[in-house]
Design a protein around this ligand. Structure first.
Ligand code: ATP
Ligand code: MG
Length: 307
């Protein structure tokens, strides 16, 4: 386990070192997850740094990051292990060519051979239970809300004792459990039983000052005035009635677009030309283009102006 982590401040410093800006509440829950060896469940809007924190923790601790990307229809076999069917077929053909007749002791020996480690393809969950020289890996179970309830139930079991059973080979148990981080966009509610195993944190959009800090960390080339305008504008956009609000990822993307265009300060024209970095739905874009962009810009200019 990550015994070397002694305090919440240390978590913040480690994440700072990875250019990850972490508020006190998130740092606290991350510290507790590391300290108590509990999975960390992060739920929140898109592009708010849920996936990124797993990468940052792995990098900061020098651990391997193992990612299980969830999707509809993901089943235990693609998450844990599969048998290398093609290799097994080749082995059978080769045995046949060498005179194997499918009977008696030969048959048992071949079966043992075919279901041995050599023919096993390890998928993320199994990989995460194996020993790693750098120490227990970070297992990122990303976008768990995209899977279904049977998979959740399976996961709950795997995470409760950090072991999985392969019928032909036996049980694999982690000597040192991985650091587990689960994320969800809340497209559906994840079952209480799974949540109860975890420490939970809702990752919200950052406030103005924190988003400025993130922008400094991720797009340091942006001048202070432009950064403030960018963040104020994005934050204002989030208060509008949009189908898909821009996340922090979009703020950073937009800043990089503006820098690439040598923009010094925002104007309705510049906003119209680059709005695709912030909004990804035509209805949202139509709503904001033109006079609405100018109105929002005037509002943020007034708010940013020194009193
Ligand atoms: N607190 C933060 N500190 C530094 N960078 C951040 C932070 N939050 C978000 N980012 C930036 O935003 C990008 C998107 O973050 P990330 O992919 O982690 O979002 P997410 O919450 O996983 O979104 P989704 O739900 O769409 O998967 C990251 O690559 C990173 O550059
Ligand atoms: Mg993500």
């Amino acid at each position: 386990m990550a015994e070397e982590i002694a305090s919440i401040d240390q978590v913040q410093t480690l994440l700072d070192g990875q250019n990850y800006v972490c508020g006190r509440a998130l740092a606290t829950v991350a510290f507790l997850a590391l300290r108590l060896g509990r999975p960390l469940f992060l739920e929140g809007e898109a592009g708010t740094g849920k996936t990124e924190i797993a990468k940052a923790i792995a990098a900061a601790l020098g651990r391997r990051l193992i990612r299980l990307q969830c999707y509809e229809g993901l089943d235990a076999s693609s998450a844990v292990y599969e048998w290398n069917f093609a290799e097994q077929m080749i082995a059978i053909r080769t045995a046949e060519a060498m005179g194997f007749d499918g009977a008696g002791a030969d048959r048992e020996a071949l079966k043992d051979e075919l279901f041995s480690q050599h023919y096993l393809i390890e998928r993320p969950l199994l990989q995460a239970l194996r020993p790693h020289v750098e120490g227990p890996p970070v297992l990122l179970i990303d976008e768990i809300d995209r899977t279904d309830e049977p998979f959740e139930a399976f996961l709950l079991e795997a995470l409760s004792d950090y072991q999985v059973t392969i019928p032909e080979l036996g049980t694999v148990q982690a000597a040192h459990p991985p650091i587990v981080i689960l994320t969800s966009n809340r497209t559906r509610e994840v079952h209480d039983a799974l949540k109860r195993r975890c420490l939970y944190h809702w990752v919200d959009y950052p406030d103005f000052e924190r988003e400025i800090e993130i922008l400094h960390a991720r797009a340091p080339e942006a001048a202070e005035t432009l950064s403030r305008e960018i963040v104020a504008f994005v934050q204002k956009l989030r208060t509008e009635d949009l189908f898909k609000k821009p996340g922090v990822a979009e703020t950073i993307d937009w800043a990089k677009c503006l820098l690439a265009l040598d923009v010094i300060d925002l104007s309705p024209q510049v906003i119209a030309d680059t709005i695709g970095a912030l909004l990804k739905y035509q209805d949202d874009i139509q709503k904001i283009e033109g006079s609405e962009a100018k109105r929002l810009l005037d509002e943020i200019r007034a708010e940013l102006a020194p009193a």
